[in-house]
Write a protein that binds this ligand. Structure first.
Ligand code: SP5
Ligand code: ZN
Length: 362
């Protein structure tokens, strides 16, 4: 085999930050239009990706537990407190027995249309509390969810710290993913926003401008909203057009461009379903030029690979070579922290992540 093509050489020495605690979240299902469907965001994703990266020569490093300081900057304290106790309270309330639901699934949502200006109260019934913090029915909370979501933010923080210590490229194997989690709500298989936490660590560590480039097939509505009115953190995303009927349906449109000090520091590039490498890379290169003009001190890549042709969660058709080229396009602007988001086709998941990182490694 030619040296260039051997996996071992591809990612030799790359810092791979991970945590075994990321596997303790074991969603029982994704409840979609009321029907429990198989959970695609499972713990096996971590092992699959880890194995592929180790085979490609990455150097693993286990993230230590961090305190709550940065989490409390990024998220509402109420969300953190809720996630910490949600499953315990669910069990104590007897909901695992009657009606026999093992994991937390929301039931009533206090939307603006329900409240019509009336104050938001604390629901007494445990079954009614989830809808205060979760915006869909697909993002279940089980006994290990808090530990794993928390561990994923530890991984993101440790990765950001390595960048502050001088690394040029670091991969954070975060799971569950984070980019759909807003300051005060979870959803879209995401609980805590790992990329936002990483960006905040970089900012607090002295990086004055951070660019977040989101290449997951879905727009990172949570990351976007957390930084929407800030000019110090650029958010740019390429994704399948929510207006064509894709999650998260209500956000990720091209006219969402930031607000106040953050005006023009948000970029959404929606693609039509069926778009492949050509359209995808055109958007990625546009993002590259926007990020370059922003001259960030660090780039956080929200690295989802669910735009891949075989992925069950999006209709985009990006190839493995397309991911390698995506990595190449985003390299060389500033040090990069890649944070794992989605990607659900287990047979190709590992090599898609390796290809992207190989491109980023230049
Ligand atoms: C991090 C990430 O990639 N989250 C994406 C979550 C999108 N899930 C949307 C699921 C929409 C309904 N799918 C129905 C499939 C039935 N099994
Ligand atoms: Zn996604």
């Amino acid at each position: 085999m030619p040296a260039e093509g051997t996996p071992r050489a591809t990612l030799s020495g790359l810092e791979l930050v991970w945590s075994p605690r990321c596997e303790s979240h074991r969603p029982a299902a994704e409840v979609w239009v009321g029907v429990p469907t198989p959970a695609v965001e499972g713990p096996e994703r971590v092992e699959t990706i880890r194995r592929a990266l180790l085979a490609a020569g990455a150097r693993p490093r286990e993230a230590a537990e961090q305190d709550d300081a940065v989490l409390r900057v990024v998220h509402d304290a109420g969300l953190l407190d809720y996630l910490r106790r949600a499953h315990r309270d669910w069990v104590t309330a007897g909901l695992t027995e009657t009606p026999g639901q093992a994991q937390v699934v929301p039931y009533v949502f206090p939307t603006p249309g329900l409240l019509e200006g009336m104050p938001l109260r604390e629901a007494t019934a445990v079954a009614a509390q989830a809808g205060r913090w979760c915006y869909d029915t697909m993002t279940l909370v089980g006994p290990g969810t808090w530990e794993a979501a928390r561990a994923a933010t530890d991984v993101a923080q440790a990765g950001a710290q390595l960048l502050l210590d001088g690394a040029r490229l670091v991969y954070a194997l975060t799971r569950p993913p984070g980019h759909h989690a807003t300051r005060s709500a979870f959803g879209g298989s995401c609980y805590l926003n790992n990329a936002a936490v990483a960006a905040e660590v970089l900012r607090r560590g002295g990086v004055s401008r951070v660019a977040i480039v989101d290449i997951d097939a879905h727009p990172g509505n949570g990351t976007q909203s957390i930084f929407y009115d800030r000019g110090d953190v650029l958010y740019a995303s390429v994704h399948v057009d929510p207006g064509a009927g894709w999650f998260p349906h209500y956000l990720g449109f091209a006219d969402e461009q930031g607000l106040g000090a953050g005006l023009d520091a948000t970029l959404n590039l929606p693609l039509a379903p069926g778009a492949g490498d050509a359209e995808w890379l055109h958007a990625v290169r546009l993002i590259r030029s926007v990020v370059q003009s922003f001259s960030p001190g660090a780039v956080v890549v929200s690295l989802g690979v669910d735009a891949a042709v075989d992925d069950p969660e999006s209709p985009l058709r990006v190839s493995e070579e397309g991911y390698r080229e995506t990595g190449r396009a985003l390299a060389g602007i500033a040090p990069v922290l890649a944070v794992q988001e989605g990607g659900y086709h287990l047979p190709s998941l590992g090599r898609l992540v390796v290809a992207t990182l190989a491109g980023l490694a230049g």
